[in-house]
Every structure is written in C-alpha cells, then in structure tokens.
Design a protein around this ligand. Structure first.
Ligand SMILES: NC(=O)c1ccc[n+]([C@@H]2O[C@H](COP(=O)([O-])OP(=O)(O)OC[C@H]3O[C@@H](n4cnc5c(N)ncnc54)[C@H](O)[C@@H]3O)[C@@H](O)[C@H]2O)c1
Length: 243
C-alpha cells in the first residue's frame, strides 16, 4: 500500500482501544510518522512495540480522569486524540435484546467517546489546537438489523462529532469521525457467521477494509492538512455508503 507522508514529530497522540485491530494500526501509523503515542485500553497489548500503554476503562469518568492526568504528566500535552475503543455487542433483534447488553454497548461506544472527548477538549482548549477523530460506523448511518445498540451508539458518535465540531469551529481544534464498513479485526468475531456474511455482501468492493486503510484516513484527519473539515463523517466502506 502506498502511503502519504506526514510529520507528527513533536506531537503527542492518544489512541483509545489502541490494543485493538484498528487502534493498533492507527497507533503504529502515527508513531511511524513521528508522533509519541499513548494507548488507552482495558486490555494491554504487550506485543505492541514502542508505544506507551495506560490501563483505562473509557466507561468510567474516574478512569478517564486518571488516565488524562497520567498522560499529561508523562507527555506534557495531547495534540491528537483518537476514540477507537468499542464493542459490537450481541447480534439479536430488538425484541430479544437485553437492557444489560444495550447499556454495555452504549456505555463503551457512546458514553466512553463522550467522556474522552470532554477530557481531550478541556486540555486542547488551553493550547487552542488539536485534532479529535472518532470511530463511528456505517451501521450508525444505515442501522444494521439485529445490531440495534451498536447502530444507535454509532449514530450517537456521529451526532456527538457534529455537535462538538461546531462548538469548536472557531478554534484550531478539528473534530471528525470515520464510518467504516467491515474491517478485518477481531471485532468481527463478536458477530455470527451469518451477520458477517450479510454485512460483507453489502460492500461493492467485495472485500473487508484493512486497519491500515482506516489509519491512513486518521493520519490525514490528524494533520494540519485537515484545516477546513470539521464535524464531518468520512466513509470508508468500499462503496457501501450512499450518503
Ligand atoms: N472492525 C470493523 O469492522 C469496524 C467497522 C466499523 C467501525 N468499527 C469501530 O472501530 C473501532 C475499533 O474497532 P476494532 O475493529 O479495532 O475492534 P477491536 O475489538 O479489535 O478493538 C477494540 C478495542 O477496544 C478496547 N476496549 C473495549 N472496551 C473498552 C473500554 N471499556 N475501555 C477501553 N478500551 C476498551 C478493546 O480492549 C480493544 O482493544 C470500534 O469503535 C469499532 O466499533 C470497526
């Protein structure tokens, strides 16, 4: 894959879900481009070379607060904040969906993104500079059947991104999100084989995306080249997205 060059030297990036498939690719891409990277995750990936890890549960206000303190005391600042922590949750129709599962998906995907955005913005406003990138999903635009909580949570991430981007539009902080279709990571193991096949069949390119392809978009969204784009949803769906 041919990749564009960015120079993030002197910049600090936080990646939530940095141990996961997409988060790890983002973390590596930003690190290769010179950024110092701090991964926040509930699961520490010890095979992940060269970046710093902090154990964080993004659903916990206290945990996010402590992680922010630790990150700032180690790195001094945050220039780039990527919200990639997320779960798919069960595949089940609304009539069979438990409230417990609904809350779990919402807490991680939406409330976690809110808590991290809020903490990142409080810091970035002091420097009047920053880039925030949230991982939404095509499910948030279309609503996947039997994935109601996931779809609703990702629709929420899209709306949160649009609200926050507008709130900060007069500043030098840009807030955008990405809406991928299926990307080849362990997240797909949370789906049934039938659901994977159904989602896969909707992609005109006939293949899943690669984590590195999502990382390429994040690299551009994190750069100074992303200057007039904020509150925007970037599709990465192999042609599936139609609006
Ligand atoms: N893989 C796909 O097909 C796909 C498609 C569209 C959107 N996305 C989104 O992209 C993001 C990354 O997905 P992925 O494919 O890398 O998934 P993944 O399962 O490989 O990684 C997700 C990471 O989030 C972490 N995490 C889960 N709960 C957490 C919590 N409470 N606090 C902190 N970290 C937590 C996990 O430990 C894991 O490392 C997710 O938000 C996902 O919804 C993925």
């Amino acid at each position: 894959m041919v990749t564009a060059s960015y120079d993030f030297s002197g910049q600090v990036a936080v990646i939530t879900g940095g141990s996961g498939g997409i988060g790890k690719a983002i973390s590596q891409r930003l690190q290769q481009s010179g950024a110092q990277v701090c991964n926040w995750d509930v699961h520490v990936n010890t095979a992940h070379q060269g970046s710093h890890f902090i154990h964080v549960d993004v659903t916990s206000e206290q945990s996010v607060h402590e992680a922010m303190d630790q990150t700032l005391s180690k790195f001094g600042k945050i220039d780039i904040f990527v919200n990639s922590a997320g779960i798919a949750g069960p595949v089940a129709n609304v009539s069979d969906y438990s409230l417990e599962d609904w809350h779990r998906v919402m807490d991680i995907n939406l409330t976690g993104t809110f808590l991290c955005c809020r903490a990142a913005v409080a810091h970035m406003q002091k420097n009047n500079r920053g880039r925030i990138v949230n991982l939404a999903s095509i499910a948030g635009k279309e609503g996947n059947p039997a994935q109601s909580a996931y779809s609703a949570s990702k629709a929420g991430v899209i709306a949160l991104t649009k609200s926050l981007g507008k709130e900060l539009a007069k500043s030098e902080i840009r807030v955008n999100c990405i809406a991928p279709a299926m990307v080849a990571t362990e997240l797909l193991d949370q789906m049934t084989a039938e659901k994977r096949e159904e989602n896969f069949s909707k992609i005109p390119m006939g293949r899943a995306g690669l984590p590195e392809e999502i990382a390429s978009i994040v690299a551009w969204l994190s750069s100074d080249d992303c200057s007039f784009c904020t509150s925007t949803v970037f599709d990465a769906s192999g042609g599936r997205a139609t609006y």
